[in-house]
Design a protein around this ligand. Structure first.
Ligand code: NAD
Length: 487
């Protein structure tokens, strides 16, 4: 059984900042280590940019802006299509790289790499569908002509949990709409973002159109960029906590913001549901990415008559998952990204246990190297346990019984978040009725997976502003210009 990568040669990875079409060291010469969460060893030292590097990245994006905006949409589309093809040819490379720096099991990483490439394909198709509008004013006095133009230099800030897909989900529409950009990836997972820049360059993206700035001092560096008058767009994916800070920062220059923030997804199972399908869906909604997904089912509310059976079946499936280094043969559950994440997950489990929960599977931090946490199922979780209110971001499923449809909806909506929710029922009318009443941007109705490059992804309440994916995602990078016209 080998845990070594077969497609990635760590020594040959690009580790410089990507500015104006070149991988360069940081002006300060500083670097930041990137760790393999399975072994806690350093994979690479990556250049860590600061204020001067941020300015250089904006200079490059600014110099390239007019040329890229004037590039015919068909040409922009063909470049994005080539990026999709190149990435698809290198799925194994990207999957291994994602596993190396994020830790997720290789099948999850393969899924992410394919999903990530799809954003280039989808936005290649969208680049030529930027339609305007012509109408007659109600008075009949003039025409209303509306044209969509690139919004301007876009700052893209991404998290570590989907190092490839969160990048392509922003770069794809930014470029399709005719903008230049600066991607600031999470410090934990910069190697995938830097490799993406290489794919885009090979596909024909001109110098300066895409820049990647890794920055260990993310707060001051992002703040400086949000105070540079040339930056006009912030597209952020990450925690609600950091999202709030950045919305305040962006207010100073009234920068347009798209915010994809945290989630606390409820997973409702009614007694009329196909129980095995619900358990199958729960495994996907909970365990995709080892639970480190903003869409991850966080709270399982199950109708009382089937709650025990559901929890038992889920615990059997969860306990049978093969845990280990993400590159290991047959491994389904890799380590969490770092010690802080693992400690937070365990703290939430311990809190639930202290408040009366029983453990059906997992629940203890294993000995040894690597940031591992076992697949865990908790029952008899009290309403005041922290897992009800906080994003777990790990392989932990708290199961809570409910008695009526109204109660299930009330419990599901009792959170500051509103990203995704899941509903399992054999009664489609009930499924649609409940879906309409859930305060969330996305619903999986008898499905454990909602993500789709062609669909509008995003949350309500404190889960965010705006949508990514689909045609909506393109519109976030365009500005409407209205021309009152007489002819
Ligand atoms: P995070 O908020 O800690 O970091 C996200 C990004 O912001 C990283 O690039 C980080 O370096 C940067 N950052 C951190 N502090 C900053 C600051 N003060 N100023 C500027 N930038 C700063 O999130 P994370 O831990 O990387 O990712 C996990 C979170 O992301 C979870 O809450 C998850 O729900 C959320 N997420 C949301 C979506 C979505 O689409 N809604 C998708 C994936 C992840």
């Amino acid at each position: 059984m080998s845990h070594s990568p077969r497609h990635v040669e760590p020594g040959s990875l690009n580790t410089g900042l990507f500015i104006n079409g070149k991988y360069v060291p940081a002006v300060s010469g500083k670097t930041v280590p990137v760790y393999d969460p399975a072994t806690e060893t350093v994979i690479a030292e990556v250049a860590s940019g600061d204020l001067e590097d941020a300015r250089a990245a904006i200079d490059a994006a600014d110099a390239a802006a007019a040329g890229w905006a004037a590039t015919p949409p068909r040409q922009r589309a063909e470049i994005l299509r080539r990026a999709y093809e190149i990435m698809t040819e290198r799925l194994d490379f990207f999957a291994e790289l994602i596993t190396l720096e994020n830790g997720k099991a290789l099948p999850d990483a393969k899924g992410e790499a394919a999903y990530a490439a799809e954003f280039f394909r989808w936005y290649a198709e969208e680049a030529v569908r930027i339609d305007g509008h012509l109408g007659l004013s109600p008075s009949g006095g003039n025409r209303i002509l509306v044209q969509y133009q690139p919004i301007g230099i876009s700052l893209l800030v991404t998290p570590w949990n989907f190092p490839a897909a969160m990048g392509t989900r922003k770069i794809g529409p930014a470029l399709a709409a005719g903008n230049t950009c600066i991607l600031k990836p999470a410090t934990e997972t910069p190697l995938t973002a830097l490799a993406l820049a290489g794919v885009l360059q090979e596909a024909g993206v001109p110098d300066g159109v895409v820049n990647v700035l890794v920055a260990a001092r993310s707060g001051p560096v992002v703040s400086a960029m949000l105070h540079d008058k040339r930056v006009r767009k912030l597209s952020f994916t990450g925690s609600t906590e950091v999202g709030r800070i950045l919305l305040k920062e962006a207010a100073d220059q009234v920068i347009n913001c798209s915010m994809e923030l945290g989630g606390n997804a409820p997973f409702l199972v009614f007694a009329d549901a196909d129980l095995d399908a619900a358990v199958e869906g729960a495994m996907v909604a909970k365990m995709r990415n080892g639970g480190e997904a903003c869409t991850a089912a966080n709270r399982f509310y199950v109708e009382r008559s089937i709650a025990e059976t559901f929890a038992g079946k889920l615990a059997t499936r969860m306990a049978a998952m093969k845990t280990g280094a993400g590159l290991g043969d047959g491994v389904q559950l890799g380590p969490l990204v770092n010690a802080k994440s693992r400690d937070k997950v365990h703290e939430l489990v311990q809190d639930a246990i202290d408040k009366g929960a029983s453990v059906l599977a997992g629940g203890a931090v294993p000995q040894g190297t690597g940031f591992f946490y076992p697949a865990t199922v908790l029952v008899d979780v009290s309403r005041d346990a922290r897992v009800n209110a906080e994003e777990i971001f790990g392989p932990v499923a708290p199961v809570i019984a409910f008695d009526t449809e109204e109660e299930a909806i009330r419990l599901a909506n009792d959170t500051e978040y509103g990203l995704s929710a899941y509903v399992y029922t054999g009664d489609l009318a009930r499924g649609l009725r409940v879906s309409e009443k859930l305060d969330s941007g996305m619903i999986g109705l008898n499905r454990g997976l909602v993500s789709d490059p062609a669909a509008p992804f995003g949350g309500v309440k404190q889960s965010g502003l705006g949508r990514e994916g689909g045609h909506h995602g393109l519109m976030e990078f365009l500005e409407a210009k209205y021309i009152a016209t007489n002819w």
